[in-house]
Write a protein that binds this ligand. Structure first.
Ligand SMILES: [Zn+2]
Length: 227
C-alpha cells in the first residue's frame, strides 16, 4: 500500500519539484538538450526581460510564447558573466539587462515577416534573413542594455529595436554634433560597450544593443541553429 501511495504522489501533477521539472517549456528543454545554458544560472545578478516574449517589441506581438529566459552557448554566457562582473566593479549600482539571447529559428521567420514593407536588403540591417540565420539563432549573440539594480534602463537615446540612424553606434559623433543625441546618452552606451568589449564581445554598426560572442562563420562551424 505504501508503495502505491508513493507512486501516486510521484505521478501527481501537484507533487512540487517533480511537476515543476515537467512544466519547463518545451522550447527551453530543447535548448538545454542542445547544450545551451540559462545565463541567470551562470550569473544571477544579470537581469532579463525578453522583449519578444512580451508585446512590447516592434512586432507588437509575443513571438516567443513560453520562452521567457535567456539562453546562450556556455562560452557566450561565460563572456556575459565577465562583462557583468566588469560593469559592477566599475559601477556597483548598475546591472546588465538582457532583452534577447538565443532565438529559435521559427521566431526568426516571425520577425522577418513582420517587416514586409522594407525591401530585403534594407530589412537585413535589422533582422537577419532566416535562411542565412542570425547569430542569435546559434545562441552566440545578445541584445542588452544597462539598468539600475531595480531594472530601470539607462537612457541610450533610443528604445531597443529602434530602426534608424539614431541607433547607429557608427553615427554617434554626427548625432551628438547635430544635437540628436546627448553626451550623457553616448556615455551610457559607452558604459555598455566597454563592459562587453573587454569581455570579448564585438559590437555592430546599426544597433547599440547588439553584441556577438562569435562571428557568424565561427558560430556556424561550432553550433547548430536553435530549433
Ligand atoms: Zn541582436
Amino acid at each position: 500500500m505504501r508503495v502505491f501511495v508513493l507512486l501516486l504522489f510521484a505521478l501527481s501533477p501537484f507533487s512540487g519539484p517533480i511537476s515543476r521539472s515537467f512544466a519547463q517549456p518545451k522550447v527551453e528543454q530543447a535548448m538545454l538538450k542542445q547544450g545551451l545554458v540559462d545565463v541567470q544560472k551562470v550569473d544571477p545578478t544579470i537581469l532579463v526581460d525578453l522583449k519578444y516574449s512580451t508585446t512590447d517589441n516592434f512586432v507588437g506581438k509575443d513571438v516567443y510564447g513560453d520562452l521567457t529566459r535567456a539562453y546562450m552557448q556556455p562560452m557566450a554566457a561565460e563572456k556575459l558573466a565577465r562583462a557583468s562582473k566588469y560593469l559592477q566593479a566599475h559601477h556597483p549600482n548598475l546591472r546588465l539587462l538582457v532583452y534577447d539571447a538565443a532565438r529559435p529559428r521559427s521566431a526568426q521567420w516571425n520577425l522577418w515577416n513582420a517587416l514586409p514593407d522594407l525591401p530585403e536588403n534594407e530589412r537585413q540591417k535589422y533582422v537577419a534573413d532566416p535562411r542565412k540565420g542570425s547569430i542569435h539563432n546559434y545562441g552566440c549573440a545578445v541584445d542588452l542594455t544597462v539598468a539600475t539594480k531595480d531594472a530601470a534602463p539607462l537612457n541610450m537615446g533610443t528604445k531597443y529595436d529602434f530602426f534608424g540612424e539614431l541607433a547607429y553606434p557608427s553615427r554617434e559623433d554626427k548625432l551628438l554634433k547635430s544635437g540628436k543625441l546627448t553626451q550623457q546618452q553616448i556615455d551610457n552606451r559607452q558604459i555598455l560597450r566597454t563592459a562587453m568589449r573587454q569581455a570579448g564581445f564585438s559590437s555592430i554598426e546599426f544597433e547599440w544593443w547588439h553584441f556577438n560572442a562569435l562571428s557568424r562563420e565561427k558560430a556556424k562551424m561550432a553550433f547548430r541553429v536553435v530549433d
